[in-house]
Design a binder for this molecule. Structure first.
Ligand code: PLP
Length: 268
């Protein structure tokens, strides 16, 4: 019998919404986790009818079936790290928080998904308070983009100093580690992310900005890669650096799918 058959293979969990178009959400998580050689499991919270042109409709699932997915996973699997993506509304944020408190699925990456690139809301506005109060304090790492960091902190982020301030505020809310992603900045040449670690160390991660429309699912892909690396036992800084390198490669090597904001290349 191979070693693979005698000890549990690394397993990670995505708690998120489905993107029928395959580029973002749970589908991006699954593709990413698979590419990182980790076994992917899922708790589906919402379903979107979506393609590369936008989100046409969505439906959140009843909390009973969300609960039951957690029960099933806990009864059998050995999940070593998990992440949250689209959580839809206050009821589901609260429900997911309750389940995360009930079970030990390892370090938690919170991608505070709010609005899709085309403008469709993926989280009700009145749920932001529950994300701040209940979900962020459970986070091993939180990975907001600039609009999400602004919504969570109330700051207007215009420069590097503002990004650092947002990072500190998010850590003060209870997230152990914070990555504020600068992909939405005005800078035409560089995408800069600010990282603040639990041990007080902070640093910038910079990558060239690519001239491309294939950026659908970048936040999901980054947070799923961090989650997969944590499931394999990486320390947080290595997981973050691997996530940044992976998402940059998936953007740089984009593929032609659909007619709008195309997906990333998860084989990169
Ligand atoms: N759809 C779902 C279900 C998502 O979870 C996300 C992002 O997390 C998106 C769409 C948005 O993707 P993007 O803003 O990268 O286009």
């Amino acid at each position: 019998m191979t070693e693979q058959m005698t000890s549990q293979f690394p397993q990670a969990l995505s708690i998120a919404g489905s993107d029928s178009g395959g580029g973002a959400g749970m589908q991006a998580d699954l593709k990413t986790i698979q590419e990182r050689h980790v076994f992917a499991t899922t708790v589906l919270v919402a379903i979107t009818a979506q393609n590369t042109l936008g989100v046409q409709d969505f439906m959140a699932l009843p909390t009973k079936i969300i609960d039951e997915q957690f029960v099933s996973l806990d009864a059998d699997l050995a999940i070593k790290a998990c992440k949250t993506g689209m959580l839809a509304d206050t009821i589901r944020v609260h429900n997911v928080v309750e389940n995360l408190t009930r079970y030990d699925f390892g370090p938690l990456t919170v991608d505070p998904v709010m609005i899709a690139k085309g403008g469709a809301p993926l989280l009700a506005e009145d749920a932001i308070a529950t994300v701040k109060k209940e979900l962020i304090p459970l986070a091993t790492i939180v990975t907001p983009n600039l609009p999400e960091a602004e919504a969570l902190t109330g700051l207007t982020i215009k420069n590097d100093a503002d990004m650092q301030r947002a990072g500190q505020q998010l850590q003060a809310m209870g997230a152990k580690n914070v990555m504020v992603k600068g992909g939405h900045e005005a800078d035409p040449t560089t995408a800069s992310d600010f990282v603040l670690l639990e041990n007080g160390r902070s640093f910038w991660l910079r990558s060239p900005r690519f001239d491309t429309h294939n950026t659908h699912g970048t936040g999901d892909t980054l947070s799923a890669c961090i989650t997969a690396e944590l499931a394999k036992g990486s320390d947080i800084e290595t997981a973050i650096r691997t996530g940044k390198a992976y998402v940059s490669a998936t953007i740089a090597q984009g593929i032609k799918v659909g007619h709008g904001h195309g997906p990333l290349n998860h084989w990169a």
